[in-house]
Ligand binder design. Structure first.
Ligand code: AMP
Ligand code: ZN
Length: 116
């Protein structure tokens, strides 16, 4: 998608702090981190949101979770723990409509993550 922010991060047209770049997934630091480690894991091809994922043949969700676990190891939070989260729609507070998995950790997150 030509006007999608995260597609432009995958293509390199918009800079980001990329921590993992695989054949099907990319992980980069959130520009407005809500925890010491806040990384977004996305599919390299455009999927709009979590309600859409089943429309695609490959098991992209499994690969995204695999990437998240790899990145958690790389960031040193695999043992201390982390949270994986999808937002969807208005009530979910979704802002960017390119599927992304939030990886949050590096501190005790508490029962809920609240935007500040
Ligand atoms: P969501 O609310 O689930 O749609 O999350 C979108 C996330 O993308 C937010 O946490 C933003 O801080 C983050 N974000 C927006 N623009 C950028 C960017 N250029 N680079 C990295 N993260 C971004
Ligand atoms: Zn996109």
């Amino acid at each position: 998608m030509s006007d999608c922010l995260f597609c432009k991060i995958v293509s390199g047209d918009i800079p980001a702090q990329v921590v993992y770049n695989g054949p099907n997934t990319t992980a980069f630091r959130d520009i407005n981190p809500q925890a010491p480690v806040h990384i977004l894991i996305i599919p390299n091809h455009h999927i709009e949101h979590i309600r859409d994922w089943g429309a695609y043949d490959n098991n992209i969700l499994a690969e995204m979770f695999q990437t998240a676990n790899t990145v958690a190891e790389m960031e040193g939070i695999a043992d201390s723990g982390y949270r994986l989260m999808f937002n969807y729609g208005a009530d979910g507070g979704m802002e960017v409509y390119h599927l992304h998995l939030h990886l949050l950790g590096g501190r005790m997150l508490g029962p809920m993550v609240v935007r500040q």
